[in-house]
Design a protein around this ligand. Sequence first.
Ligand SMILES: Nc1nc2c(ncn2[C@@H]2O[C@H](COP(=O)(O)OP(=O)(O)OP(=O)(O)O)[C@@H](O)[C@H]2O)c(=O)[nH]1
Ligand SMILES: [Mg+2]
Length: 626
Amino acid sequence: MADAGGWKDTVNIRNIAIIAHVDHGKTTLVDQMLRQAGVFRSNQLVEERVMDSNPLERERGITILAKNTAVRWHGTKINIVDTPGHADFGGEVERILRMVDGVLILVDAAEGPMPQTRFVTRKALALGLTPIVAINKIDRGDAEPLRVHDEVLGLFIDLEASHAQLDAAFLYTSSRHGTATPELEHPGTDLKPLFQAILDRVPAPTGDPSGPFQMLISTLDHSPFLGRLGIGRVERGVARVGEQVAVLPLGEPGLVEEGVGEESRITRLYTFDGLERIEVQEVPAGDICVVSGFDGIEIGKTLTHPDRRERLAGIAVEEPTISVDVIVNNSPFAGREGKYVTSRQVKDRLYRELERNVALRVEETDSPDTHTVSGRGELHLGILMETMRREGYEFQVSRPRVITKVGDTGERLEPYEELTIDVAESYLGAVMEKLGPRRAELAEMRNPGSGLVRLAFRIPSRGLFGYRSDFLTDTRGTGTMHHRFLDYGPWAGPLAGRKRGVLVADREGAVVAFALGNLQERAQMFVIPGEQVYEGMIVGENSRPGDMDVNVTKEKKLTNMRTTASDDNIQLEPPREITLEYGLEYIEEDELIEVTPANIRLRKRMLAAVDRKKAARAAARIADAS
Ligand SMILES: Nc1nc2c(ncn2[C@@H]2O[C@H](COP(=O)(O)OP(=O)(O)OP(=O)(O)O)[C@@H](O)[C@H]2O)c(=O)[nH]1
Ligand SMILES: [Mg+2]
């Protein structure tokens, strides 16, 4: 075997990341690339979107974690990183861009560039990466690939792309059909043009395999047997199993003093190959690998040869923008459905999450039963909670609140988001009417002429809480909305909360159909007959403002005379399904979400109706006095 000084047979490598707005077809394209590069046996049955391998990803049809794979094409190894498109995970995308030399930017041929397209494209261009643009889903009936091509060029100019970047290869693709073509007149038949563009356009990694070892950790993984794993590209030299390596603490790039940083041995090395990780003895500069043997590695840390401790520029980790309180379950049903219920268990689990989930923060509060958990958005926090509940945890969650900051002159600042909405013209009025009081400012309105209007707003994050369900109602489920964090701006003052009140169960018991039948005329119910409820649990939404205590366990009075048959045969409206994210957007300050492996329940913080009445009277007195 050659030593580091004489490394000769460097494989031909290309490293690319696939980036796009959510749902523009990244993972579907990776399926086709794997297939056409011969990763699967011809008769092998493979699930759709095979890279979306964790259960929550499969269930929701979205990518949550960036993942590596690799294919071979004409003797070149192409490392591919599939990334999540949802804005809450934008920081993850930003980090993995450090291990690639090129990006494949996918843009839906009907939707065009979206806020997340802009965000990831800006990051990629600023890092000097070589872009290849795929105008994707050209098979869609409403595709307008030429318009979208122009829009992407406009975006590049806007983002001050270099001349070389502006000269990017543009391909028209269908992830679903596995085709790519540089010219619309000549429909594609396979992905050859894409593979060829990657080989021709994306530069091979430039790291020198004969220099002293150096590698940046771009992302982390965890194995039950090996513990913490670091993933990144070897920047220089060769990574070898058994060799001593220094893990440098985070800091300024450049040489660090002798002795700074812990030393440890590389215990295992893996490279990517199709859906597998292949255990190897060494990895030369340019290739992407997984290393184990270091408990203290973190994203952004540099691993180096102990004799040449040269730190690489770190990776900025994004700040959280919203917080919730995670509280031990103290509902009357606590402990019935979960395995892990105690404050200690919940706390340990939350702290364990910090190891991998770098944009997350966990803080203690005055109460040992409550921890404040902060993240990048409702989906980011919702995914963690959903994962915990599947693992058997039980806990309660408060209404999210935004994380404010203090500005240069001492003023209060809050997070603002960019909100993009696509609606039919006929719903425009309803949308504008709701967004005004939420302090949304219209930034752009475009009417491409197909009856659909695209609106872009700047809105305080707080203004979005609870908006999605209004939006879906107001557009009869036909509109689409996306939002992503923009920046911090002036505190927007008080914002109106939920318009409608809730129905609150006034006693414990099993829900009875008869009771629901009577209530559903003035309410939308959240529960079904047979479900157990407790006093203070929220069982429905009032069609008017103001909360109402109701008895959902009320049986029909038995009389001697049979009433009409229709009474025995109540037609119930389907209940509103309460998901975790729905709950996060829905509840008010005096309410909580109770999360257990079996159920998501909404409740009042104060369970007893008498206590709530007293508190309301006291609040009214204070309001009168001021
Ligand atoms: N018509 C059409 N639909 C496609 C195409 N590619 C993907 N889709 C569909 O678009 C949806 C999203 O596809 P994904 O591959 O999961 O998109 P993604 O970009 O990986 O999404 P995230 O990872 O969540 O950001 C799925 O329903 C796909 O079937 C395409 O070329 N044409
Ligand atoms: Mg995906």
